[in-house]
Write a protein that binds this ligand. Structure first.
Ligand code: PNS
Length: 167
């Protein structure tokens, strides 16, 4: 039974993320989508909401579940017995961003990272752009799973909230 972890902030989950989760599931028996805090980012959606939306997005996908990462991703992987972290690459900028994290996770607990190339048709889909398009009134309905567009709009309309910090 091989377990892989697909980690991310998922602020919010996009069709690009789902593409990578599907590719990971094709390689491993079980995929745990791990919703984590990225201390370099201030999220729009609280962690609990990100978990909820991610869970709804993968509901019905056999062998895929969603968990919150309480602390270090590497510890989470070790405790789970995961054989790999799986991350998607859209282009060179992703490589620059991901390689130091992959090396750090390997340094900490020995877990390997497997990089998969996402669907090129989704190469422009990033959570940050989804939020920016929505913030300026554009439609993101065909970039995210159902319910996510409304959740993003609601969060943008609510404005900054204390619990949005790093939680
Ligand atoms: O979607 P993102 O924001 O690029 O994902 C980055 C994430 C959340 C996977 C990364 O920040 C992370 O692993 N956070 C958990 C805390 C941790 O382990 N930090 C050290 C990373 S080497």
């Amino acid at each position: 039974m091989t377990i892989a972890v697909c980690p991310g902030s998922f602020d919010p989950i996009t069709l690009g993320h789902l593409d990578v989760v599907g590719r990971a599931r094709a390689m491993f028996d079980e995929v745990v989508v791990a919703v984590a805090r990225n201390s370099a980012k201030t999220p729009l959606l609280p962690l609990a909401r990100r978990v909820e939306l991610t869970r709804a997005a993968v509901a019905g996908l056999d062998g895929v579940r969603v968990e919150e990462v309480p602390g270090l991703l590497s510890e989470f992987c070790r405790e789970l017995g995961a054989v790999a972290v799986v991350k998607g690459l859209r282009g060179g900028a992703d490589v620059d961003h991901e390689v130091p994290m992959a090396l750090m996770n390997r340094h900490l607990v020995g877990v390997e990272t497997v990089f998969v190339l996402g669907d090129p048709a989704l190469a422009h889909v990033a959570s940050s752009l989804v939020k920016d398009v929505a913030r300026h009134g554009g439609s993101v309905a065909d970039l995210v799973p159902p319910a996510v567009e409304q959740a993003v709009r609601d969060a943008l309309a609510a404005g900054p909230a204390p619990e949005r910090g790093t939680r």
